[in-house]
Design a protein around this ligand. Structure first.
Ligand code: DGL
Length: 279
């Protein structure tokens, strides 16, 4: 439980706030850490209110607003929405709420996929919320007019990954269920349009076969984050080689789940706590 108020803002380095509906955004956090080893990282897994992809926009916007305020209150210089679903539903609201605060969102990698496909058939695995969003419609319109997009909503998959055991029979069954239509449609490129899915990329690749290329946008998001950090006024001299303190992780769900997931997937120091973050 968090009881302390916001920590004072250090002037030495950039403080980056990152959140997701749950554990998935750790796939983005670990790349941010590798590109910005000196940055102070704060991460909220909203596992107590997940999955976002099946809960509707009003819920996702309310949760995103609450978490953005939580992280800003703890001195985040910049916010990364490490969640495709929350970006689709809430990035505009957050930018309106926090003018001038740099906010990086995550979107399915339709543009790189359209540039890489050879047969013109691209699968998009994402949450129902992301695929039905207006932002996704505009993204597809802008970058996929000349290719054939096969949309594959994956209900249940993020929730199964939240369970913590990515090699469980339940996770594998969900992956198989959602990959089968894409394999039958002979897509040659598949966009991982949810930040949970990189943790099961090995199962997705096994289902689709080695010739299918998987697109994950974590690298692009981390590069964009670094770019924005470099232009933050008082912190331009970010010492890229220095090591920062342990990343601070909070969860609105079970702390033990966050800890065991972080132990398996993060190769840098972190400290986890539970937090209550009301709407
Ligand atoms: N990780 C989230 C995303 O990128 C969503 C998972 C969920 O449905 O909560 O879309």
């Amino acid at each position: 439980m968090i009881t302390s108020s916001a920590r004072p803002l250090s002037s030495a380095t950039v403080r980056i706030g990152v959140f997701d509906s749950g554990l998935g955004g750790l796939s983005v956090l670990r790349v941010i850490r590798s590109l910005l080893p000196a940055a102070e990282l704060m991460y909220v897994a909203d596992s107590g209110h997940a999955p976002y992809g099946e809960r509707g926009d009003a819920h996702v916007i309310a949760r995103s607003r609450a978490i953005a305020s939580f992280l800003r209150g703890r001195g985040a210089d910049l916010l990364v929405i490490a969640c495709n679903t929350a970006t689709a539903a809430a990035v505009s609201a957050l930018r309106q709420d926090h003018p001038g605060w740099p906010i990086v969102g995550v979107e399915p990698g339709i543009k790189p996929a359209a540039g890489l496909t050879r047969n013109g058939r691209i699968g998009v695995m994402a949450t129902t919320g992301t695929l039905r969003s207006e932002r996704f419609r505009l993204l597809a319109q802008a970058h996929a007019a000349h290719v054939d997009l096969r949309l594959q909503p994956c209900p249940g998959l993020a929730a199964a990954i939240e369970g913590g055991e990515v090699d469980s029979p339940e996770v594998k069954a969900r992956v198989a269920e959602h990959c089968t239509p894409l394999r039958e449609q002979q897509v040659d490129t598949v966009v991982l349009g949810c930040t949970h899915y990189p943790f099961v990329a090995h199962h997705i690749q096994a289902e689709l076969g080695p010739m299918v290329r998987l697109i994950d946008t974590s690298d692009a998001v981390a590069r964009r984050t670094r770019h924005l950090c470099e232009s933050l006024p008082a912190r331009a001299a970010l010492p890229l080689a220095a090591a920062a303190d342990a990343a601070k992780l909070w969860t609105t769900g079970e702390q033990g789940r966050l800890e065991s997931f972080a132990r398996r997937w993060l190769d840098f120091a972190w400290q986890a706590d539970a937090a209550v973050i009301p709407d």
